[in-house]
Design a protein around this ligand. Structure first.
Ligand code: ADP
Length: 675
């Protein structure tokens, strides 16, 4: 057969051979096949959609095959391990008798019966490979793909070689004929020319030396025959190498490894090699064969990659966050020590496992919350979205975790998998709570003396303590003004702390907006007069009642109207309007999308200094004041709008604004209709 396997495909086959030979259970063997499956002649690996490993019960003339391992990307379709098939229940098996590979072609393939199609699930292309070790039967391998690309000759040959090694592994025995059979792989390697073949007797004396061995190690054949193989080993390893050869001969098994060799020139080489027993007639071991390829050019690269990996691992281990990453096949690639600490799930039981396995483990621990399960279920199948949130767990101690999850991309943009990071925010939250409690306590304590201060100031100003002479009235006015400011500041701070801790209960009733607006503007009349500003109210009669907490609504209106006055120069106009909005078309253009309708829209317009576009985004942020208002020394704390926004949103409404510098601003908010 023409050898189609070249370059990278052969290298892939070499590592496949290694993984397959290392497998010690059927499941591991299946994994090794899956992990080393290729999708084209460039040897990019791709997991088949379906893979079923069958073992025969009779080695001479098989009629019954039993499933020993199976995988399907739609896992519910996996046939059960232990199920026995024969030509009646899986007619396609009749082709195996010929010992040839059957290339399957999906729906159009007339050789397939309905029973076969059940076994292939929705695979449209695939292979049925006989697993034979010499004259003995090992079983069969079914590979299925749901893609439209048929298996080309290179791929078929690759899988045949893989099947040959798998057959050996399935039996876990070797015989002369099997080695001959495996030679489809080994011959591919040798014929390709880059792979050196050396044969020794059972004691390690060289009996055969291929031209590629000569090219690789530099010794001509006449210098090697009958010499011990230790000739090629670094001096310190000589005895170990010979012992290894003897072990292969004695234990009759195949060994794959990476080793150092010395060429005739004295150059040190890194080689990848397979050692296998060589059998004479009557199945006795007459020697040991070695296939090796030079790996030196890759070794430094691999060292560098390994170093890089070690660095990353060290960083991962040192971080305080719990980190777990899934690959594109939804398998756990890595989980750090914190993950183990936070969730009590040992890493060794996770790494390499599927997300389903992870979910099972999460579920089996009653102390882990459902929320964790949901995070993994929802996001593991999502290739694009990011998400974040909070999570409370109590495994060894109670923890509040702030989590974040996002897909991971390679630099060229392909998705590599998904990362989940969990940060322990317990202390942070605790400190936050203590701060809020403290501020709230202080503000409460300040309120009592302030109330008395205000009461007596008002009394004195009303003349109840006797007539106010000369400048005393002016001084008292200043005291009164600042006491009011202090009270409103303390009230604002109390509101902020209550909003932060979620301790605000709305006492909703049906409210007439006209009354609420009148209550809000009444105490401000003097201010408008002082600044010669005109206040215009446009609240239509018959406007539906709103379903709100009256005192909070007055607070919202007071804040917006007093801002409008404060940030508008003398002679300006403040307009307060309300409208019943039924259709989106009736909304101002600046309204955010998808507002709940119908509702009542309230707006406060002014002809003031406006807000520059670059300062608009931060306007509702706590303590934010525009540089213009700071520069003009207009009194304020920057708390009002953030409180207003929270209250509007608590009522289920929205708030936004439009503004133009030196022309004025319009603040809009929506309120739910009563009933
Ligand atoms: P305060 O008015 O106490 O500073 P607010 O939270 O009510 O705090 O307002 C935050 C900032 O937004 C103000 O400092 C001001 O810069 C700006 N601002 C609010 N309302 C207006 C308005 N109507 N016109 C211009 N700027 C405004």
């Amino acid at each position: 057969m023409e050898n189609l396997l070249t370059g990278d495909v052969l290298s892939q086959l070499f590592s496949a051979n290694r993984a397959v030979a290392d497998a010690s259970t059927h499941a591991m063997l299946l994994e090794a096949i899956l992990d080393n499956a290729i999708d084209d002649s460039h040897a990019s690996t791709i997991r088949p959609d379906r893979c079923v490993l069958l073992k025969t019960t009779q080695e001479r003339s098989p009629t019954d095959f039993v499933i020993v391992a199976a995988w399907d990307c739609l896992s519910e379709k996996v046939p059960a391990v232990g199920t026995v098939y024969n030509v009646q229940t899986l007619p396609i098996l009749r082709f195996l008798a010929g010992g040839e590979t059957v290339v399957l072609r999906g729906a159009a393939d007339t050789r397939l019966s309905d029973l076969d199609r059940v076994m292939l699930a929705e695979a449209t292309n695939g292979l049925l490979l006989p697993l034979r070790a010499g004259r003995r039967w090992a079983g069969a391998l079914i590979i299925g793909m749901r893609s439209e690309t048929p298996f080309d000759a290179t791929r078929v040959q690759y899988y045949e070689a893989l099947a040959d090694v798998s057959a050996l592994s399935l039996y876990n025995i070797s015989s002369a004929t099997q080695v001959a059979r495996v030679s489809s792989l080994l011959n591919s390697l040798i014929e390709h020319g880059h792979y050196a073949q050396i044969v020794t007797d059972p004691n390690g004396l060289i009996t055969d030396w291929s031209p590629a061995a000569e090219a690789l190690y530099g010794y001509p054949i006449e210098h090697t025959i009958n010499k011990p193989l230790s000739l090629l080993a670094p001096e310190a390893d000589a005895e170990t190498v010979l012992e290894q050869y003897r072990t292969v001969a004695r234990e009759q098994r195949t060994v794959q490894q990476q080793a150092k060799r010395i060429a005739q020139s004295g150059q040190m080489l890194d080689v990848l090699m397979t050692l296998y027993p060589v059998y004479g007639r009557s199945d006795t071991v007459i020697g040991v064969g070695e296939i090796s390829i030079d790996h030196s050019d890759r070794a430094p690269l691999q060292d560098a990659i390994q170093k890089e990996r070690d660095h990353l691992e060290a960083i991962l281990e040192a971080t305080n966050d719990a980190i777990i990453m899934l690959d594109i096949d939804r398998r756990v690639v890595t989980a750090n020590i914190q993950f183990e600490n936070f969730f009590g799930l040992p890493r060794y039981s996770l790494v390499g496992r599927t997300v389903d396995d992870l979910l099972r483990q999460v579920q089996s621990k009653p102390e882990l919350p459902n929320a964790l399960y949901n995070i993994f279920v929802t996001l593991s199948g999502d290739d694009y979205g990011s998400a974040a949130g909070d999570l409370e767990i109590e495994v060894n101690s109670r923890r509040i975790l702030v989590w974040y999850s996002a897909p991971v991309h390679a630099h060229e943009g392909t998705t590599l998998g998904r990362l989940f990071v969990f940060r322990d925010a317990t202390q942070e939250r605790e400190a936050d709570r203590m701060k809020t409690d403290f501020v709230s306590l202080v503000s409460h304590e300040l309120r009592t003396p302030l109330t008395s201060l205000k009461g007596f100031t008002d009394l004195i100003m009303d003349g109840d303590a006797g007539p106010l002479e000369g400048p005393v009235r002016e001084y008292m006015k200043i005291i009164q003004f600042n006491t009011d400011r202090l009270i409103s500041l303390v009230n604002d701070i109390l509101d902020v702390t209550r909003l932060e801790s979620g301790h605000i209960d709305l006492r909703r009733t049906s409210v007439d907006l006209t009354d609420a607006a009148a209550s809000a503007v009444a105490p401000m009349r003097l201010i408008f007069e002082g600044k010669q500003q005109s206040l215009v109210m446009h609240i239509p009669k018959g406007l539906p009642l709103v379903w709100v907490d009256l005192s909070r609504l007055i607070q919202i209106l007071t804040n917006l109207i007093s801002n409008a006055s404060k940030y508008t120069p003398t002679d300006g106009t403040i307009r307060v309007e309300a409208r019943h909005i039924v259709e989106a078309a009736d909304l101002p253009a600046s309204a955010p999308p998808s507002l709940k309708l119908p509702m009542i829209l309230v707006s406060v317009h002014d002809t003031g200094m406006g807000i520059a576009p670059e300062h608009q985004a931060q306007l509702f942020t706590r303590f934010y004041r525009t540089p213009t208002s700071v520069k003009r020394q207009l009194a304020g704390t920057g708390l009002g709008l953030s409180i207003v926004k929270s209250f509007v949103e608590l009522h289920g409404g929205n708030i936004w604004f439009e503004s133009e510098v030196d022309h004025g601003s319009s603040f809009y908010f929506t309120l739910p209709i009563a009933g």
